[in-house]
Design a binder for this molecule. Structure first.
Ligand SMILES: Cc1cc2nc3c(=O)[nH]c(=O)nc-3n(C[C@H](O)[C@H](O)[C@H](O)COP(=O)(O)OP(=O)(O)OC[C@H]3O[C@@H](n4cnc5c(N)ncnc54)[C@H](O)[C@@H]3O)c2cc1C
Length: 225
């Protein structure tokens, strides 16, 4: 996704059944069959009994541009480890859009797809960006060749460069992240990452996703900054 990026499943702990089982300790009651269990999970989700959802978690391997990563790390409940640009030479991999968006007049933080622009407008934007990336990476290489430490040479690289993480998150906080970052107010690039995570997680926790789509949290217009 986004050119060089991806979201990969590593492993997970728990299941929808485990969420229900965790909740049932409140009453020390055993499972009453699949239908009842599913109803209980929906009840928990709808009424924000969140702690049983924290009993399960997923680990992903995600490769994304640094500007997405900056948004990603605002989610403090993620447990993650990132590829080190102090330790390794960073790869010449930049996010280079082929479809450029215009600044949205109404939402200062948003963007819109152009309706009437010439075909060359996109291509010219891509060419401007690609040339800038080429120059930045050449400067990075030159500094390394001059003996500059990796941790310093990288300062010339742009936020479109790809980085990579292993990240673990519990199911409650994953849902919170997805509600914010799959929403139309989020930048489309991080939405793509969030969609990839949701696609994997939904296969592991189908009842939870069903409950989420039924009782979806509506995000009001975000503040603009
Ligand atoms: C569309 C959009 C636009 C945004 N624009 C901006 C922007 O312009 N500038 C900017 O700086 N940020 C921006 N953000 C980031 C936003 O303000 C939040 O920091 C980010 O979405 C993480 O949300 P969170 O704190 O609910 O999530 P998490 O950090 O994952 O926290 C999850 C939950 O745990 C609680 N929690 C976590 N850690 C603590 C703690 N230490 N103490 C108390 N409670 C804790 C949180 O309150 C929250 O309920 C934007 C986010 C979105 C989705």
């Amino acid at each position: 996704m986004l050119g060089h990026g991806y979201v990969r499943y590593i492993d997970h702990f728990g299941s929808d059944q485990r969420i229900v089982e965790t909740a049932r300790i409140s009453y020390k009651s055993p499972s009453k069959g699949e239908d009842q269990d599913k109803r209980l999970l929906h009840y928990l989700y709808r009424n924000r009994h969140t702690s049983p959802f924290e009993a399960c978690n997923i680990t992903f391997n995600i490769k994304m541009p640094i500007f997405c990563m900056r948004q990603f790390v605002r989610h403090r409940t993620f447990r993650l480890n990132e590829w080190s640009g102090r330790y390794s030479e960073l790869a010449e991999e930049f996010y280079t859009p082929t479809e450029w968006r215009l600044q949205d007049d109404k939402n200062k933080q948003g963007s819109i797809l152009p309706t009437a622009r010439s075909l060359t407008w996109n291509e010219e934007n891509t060419a401007i960006a690609a040339e800038s990336f080429r120059q930045s990476y050449a400067a990075y290489q030159e500094l390394l060749e001059r003996g500059v430490a990796k941790e310093m040479a990288r300062i010339v690289l742009p936020v479109s460069l790809f980085t990579e993480i292993y990240v673990n998150v519990d199911v409650h906080n994953l849902m919170h992240f997805l509600n914010l970052r799959q929403d139309g107010h989020a930048q489309s690039e991080i939405r793509e990452i969030a969609d990839g995570m949701a696609e994997i997680a939904e296969q592991l926790f189908p009842w939870t996703f069903e409950a989420r789509s039924r009782y979806k949290v509506h995000i009001e217009d975000t503040w603009e900054d």
